[in-house]
Design a protein around this ligand. Structure first.
Ligand code: HEC
Ligand code: HEC
Ligand code: HEC
Ligand code: HEC
Length: 306
């Protein structure tokens, strides 16, 4: 509580608090129930996903025991290694406690530092309909700076999925990733963003009719498909440096080869292909933002979704 108050008061006090509290925590999760009261439709969609359902089942999975043993852990719900990708954890009396499977903040960014900004339309009592355009623009920028991954940041959205899917998370050591693979943990090299985001996961309740969960058009899918391959290329290129473990290297090389085969057909991707990086991925997303790439990749788009 003290730290939260310090953040709110001023940057100067924040700096002082940083000195006083050596182990200052980064952004934290607030948990999906904090989003639910305003986002009922999205919550309902999320509750139907493997992400939400896995909270009750994944720790009972038959290969889990071997995987846990291989990285020196006993219980999945107590393991920080597993929590990186399998759980949403909130701080509770100095301990981190899993409260859900992957949830809102796993994809939109830990919210402790952006939720107040997100809900402030211009001071106490100002309603959303009364917010000025300037305030809204500033609010969006501030929320991003505080770690919110917004829906229109398509490269960042996709890259974030890749941090769990692909066994590529930067916080997972090469040693642990190898031991997990050797003991039955999957590394899904066929993970493709359109196939995985436009089925159970899809929530696109955009205006004008916010009661309808809209499907992507073919042109939107084609762009997201290309952006997903960009994110896979960057993710796998980073991940492959973790370890020389043969199976892991083979898996990441498969992801790289697939991404390159798609991206080599897209002229705007040449800089990214020459030097894969998140910034080059974002630049690609910007460069194709208004383009219809269906003539190039339309034939490869999935017709069934997870
Ligand atoms: C007090 C109500 C409220 C709460 C709590 C809330 N939101 Fe929102 N959120 C909104 C509204 C209203 C919008 C519609 C766009 C706007 O801000 O005008 C929105 C929009 C969004 C968007 C779309 C981007 C945008 O700004 O339009 C995302 C993503 C989002 N919220 C995520 C979350 C997550 C994740 C949580 C929980 C950590 C959360 N919200 C909590 C009210 C809320
Ligand atoms: C880098 C992210 C990541 C980490 C860390 C991680 N997992 Fe997973 N795990 C996944 C993903 C993603 C899947 C789903 C696989 C898929 O379909 O892509 C999965 C699937 C599983 C499955 C289901 C396997 C199956 O055959 O269906 C088990 C069991 C599992 N993980 C156990 C663990 C345990 C135990 C830990 C901790 C030691 C752990 N995982 C750590 C990302 C991770
Ligand atoms: C698996 C990742 C993932 C999870 C979990 C997730 N989102 Fe999203 N969310 C996305 C993506 C991707 C988009 C962009 C959709 C698009 O524009 O195609 C999005 C868009 C949104 C939007 C804007 C579109 C709309 O429906 O109004 C809101 C609001 C939102 N999410 C809120 C939430 C809330 C609240 C939760 C938790 C109940 C949640 N999301 C869980 C990935 C996720
Ligand atoms: C915090 C880690 C994490 C993030 C981020 C994440 N996922 Fe997942 N996802 C998982 C895990 C773990 C599973 C396996 C759950 C299970 O089956 O028990 C999974 C399963 C899924 C499944 C079900 C797969 C199947 O075969 O049924 C889909 C679909 C999916 N994720 C899509 C996405 C998309 C799209 C995004 C990004 C918008 C995303 N995920 C982001 C961890 C994550």
């Amino acid at each position: 509580m003290f730290r939260f108050a310090a953040f709110a008061v001023s940057a100067i006090i924040f700096a002082a608090a940083q000195v006083a509290l050596p182990a200052i925590a980064g952004p934290a999760n607030v948990g999906p129930e904090k989003c639910e009261k305003c986002h009922r439709d999205e919550t309902k969609v999320w509750e139907g996903t493997a992400h939400a359902k896995s909270f009750k089942t994944i720790h009972k999975h038959k290969t889990g025991k071997e995987i846990l043993k291989a990285v020196g852990e006993k219980r999945m719900k107590r393991s920080e290694i597993c929590a990186t990708c399998h759980y949403t954890t909130v701080e509770d009396g100095g301990k981190s406690k899993p409260v859900a499977g992957p949830s809102c903040e796993s994809c939109h960014g830990k919210a402790s530092e952006w939720i107040a900004i997100h809900n402030d339309y211009g001071g106490a009592g100002v309603k959303r309909e009364q917010e000025s355009a300037e305030h809204k623009a500033a609010r969006i920028q501030k929320a991003k700076a505080a770690g919110m991954i917004r829906p229109e940041m398509l490269y960042d959205v996709a890259a974030n999925c890749m941090s769990c899917h692909g066994l590529a998370n930067e916080n997972l050591s090469g040693e642990h990733a190898s031991a997990m693979l050797d003991n039955g943990h999957p590394l899904n090299t066929n993970y493709e963003i359109v196939e995985y985001s436009q089925g159970t996961v899809r929530h696109r309740f955009y205006p004008p009719d916010v009661t309808v969960n809209k499907e992507m058009t073919k042109a939107e899918m084609a762009r997201f498909y290309v952006i997903g391959q960009a994110a896979a290329l960057v993710s796998a290129t980073e991940a492959i440096k973790k370890t020389q473990h043969a199976k892991y290297v083979e898996g990441q090389n498969k992801r790289i080869a697939k991404a390159k085969s798609v991206l080599s057909k897209v002229p705007e991707a040449s800089a990214l292909l020459a030097a894969p990086s998140a910034d080059a991925g974002r630049a690609l997303a910007d460069a194709i933002a208004d383009k219809d790439l269906t003539a190039i990749v339309g034939g490869e788009l999935p017709t069934k979704f997870k």
